[in-house]
Design a protein around this ligand. Structure first.
Ligand SMILES: Cc1ncc(COP(=O)(O)O)c(C=O)c1O
Length: 393
């Protein structure tokens, strides 16, 4: 039985997978079982920001695996402490909690907001979230996800969640009250179609959260770790949240998530209130240390902006050439969405056949989230393949 047959037989069919099984990756390239090469402009959905098998991350993982992998959080863990320090020194954060995924980080952030309200004897436990958002698949995170398709048939959802319109402060004011304990928002909606928040909107949320003493949570699971050209997307906006959630690229492929908090939010989660067996173990945090050390360098982030502008420019040229297909190009850094005038699943399939990996989000948005180490030549290669494909539609 080959990999595809075994998957079909033994793995729960929760994904519609493409008929490809990769066996090796280097930098921006993946190789399948037949040796075919693919240019990866998706990076495992914004995870492998340093590319596949980045030599220093791989070395850090291998060295750590030879020494010690897991002890539990009953004891101190050196790379965990180092990673927490690096995150705090490079962000607004003062304290970090480690977990294993984005959904889990958001789950913990929502618990934190509710616990803060409990300790302040607030009048209620309502969370304000946004339509079209995506925060993960666990119960709390799917309950604050503003797209019905993700929670249909799983109800009842977490109670006391109110949805407002993204980038619309009036709609937030309409649902906010002294019962609100938290607001959760993505600085750029990822699964919702690469939709950046406006500065006015995030600043307005900050003011509202301050007025009613609620916890403002930025979900930076997809936007964090250099993806947008800053280490964290909030740094584009001159607004700091109380809590930021991270995952995806923090381990460059090793599962890890984090809740970063400051001020009134920093010490809400006390011993016994929240925990994770694997969270922040030696292996995951050793990878995370190398990732943050590399991505946080000014030259590295500058190069992300340059390459982001380069890719955006090339995509805008394609828009001119294919106005019947491409409506607009949006995003920040190397998190770019090409809004199409048609559903774009077929474009993604054709691209894969031709050795280019991209994906489709919100039905009609082609998502580009390549490894941040991509070169201009590699971008040119991707654009050439895409151009050939668009000419057949
Ligand atoms: C903004 C955002 N939050 C949370 C998640 C969930 O992360 P995970 O799949 O690691 O649970 C995702 C995943 O795509 C995401 O994009």
């Amino acid at each position: 039985m080959d990999t595809i047959e075994m998957t079909e037989k033994y793995v729960m069919k929760t994904y519609n997978r493409y008929p490809v099984s990769f066996v090796r990756g280097r930098g921006c390239y993946l190789y399948d079982e037949n040796g075919k090469e693919y240019l990866d402009m998706l990076a495992g959905i914004a995870v492998c920001n340093l590319g596949h098998c980045h030599p220093e991350v791989t070395e850090a993982i291998c060295e750590q695996a030879k020494e010690l992998i897991h002890t539990s959080n009953l004891f101190h863990i050196k790379p965990q402490a180092e990673l927490a320090r690096l995150i705090c020194e490079n962000s607004f954060g003062e304290k970090v909690f480690f977990c294993n995924s984005g959904a889990e980080a958001n789950e913990g952030a929502i618990k934190l907001a509710r616990r803060y309200a409990f300790e302040k004897s607030k009048k209620g436990y309502e969370i304000v979230a946004f339509k079209n958002s995506f925060h993960g698949r666990t119960f709390a995170s799917v309950s604050v996800t503003g797209q019905g398709k993700y929670n249909e048939g799983f109800g009842p959802m977490l109670s006391d969640v109110k949805f407002a319109e993204f980038n619309n402060l009036d709609s937030v004011k309409a649902v906010i009250s002294d019962k609100t304990c938290g607001i959760i928002v993505e600085p750029i909606q990822g699964e919702g179609g690469i939709v950046p928040a406006t500065e006015e909107f995030l600043k307005g949320l900050r003011e509202i959260a301050d007025e009613i003493d609620a916890i403002l949570i930025f979900d930076e699971v997809q936007t964090g770790i250099g993806r947008t050209g800053k280490l964290f997307a909030y740094q584009h906006y001159n607004v700091e949240p109380d809590v930021m959630t991270l995952a995806k690229a923090l381990g460059n492929g090793v599962p890890i998530g984090a809740i970063v908090a400051k001020g009134k939010a920093a010490n809400v989660l006390k011993p016994g209130l929240h925990a994770s067996t694997f969270g922040g173990n030696f292996l995951a945090t050793a990878a995370g240390v190398k990732v943050i050390e590399t991505v946080s360098k000014d030259e590295f982030l500058e190069s992300v902006n340059e390459k982001g502008n380069y890719l955006k420019g090339k995509l805008l040229e394609l828009k001119k050439e294919f106005p019947h297909i491409i409506e607009s190009v949006r995003g920040m850094g190397l998190m770019i969405g090409v809004v199409c005038k048609m559903e774009c699943g077929r474009i993604v399939e054709k691209a894969l056949e031709k050795g280019l990996i991209i994906n489709c989000t919100a039905k009609n948005v082609l998502r580009f989230a390549p490894p941040l180490i991509i070169s201009e030549e590699e971008i040119d290669t991707g654009i050439r393949i895409l151009k050939n494909i668009l000419s057949i539609f």
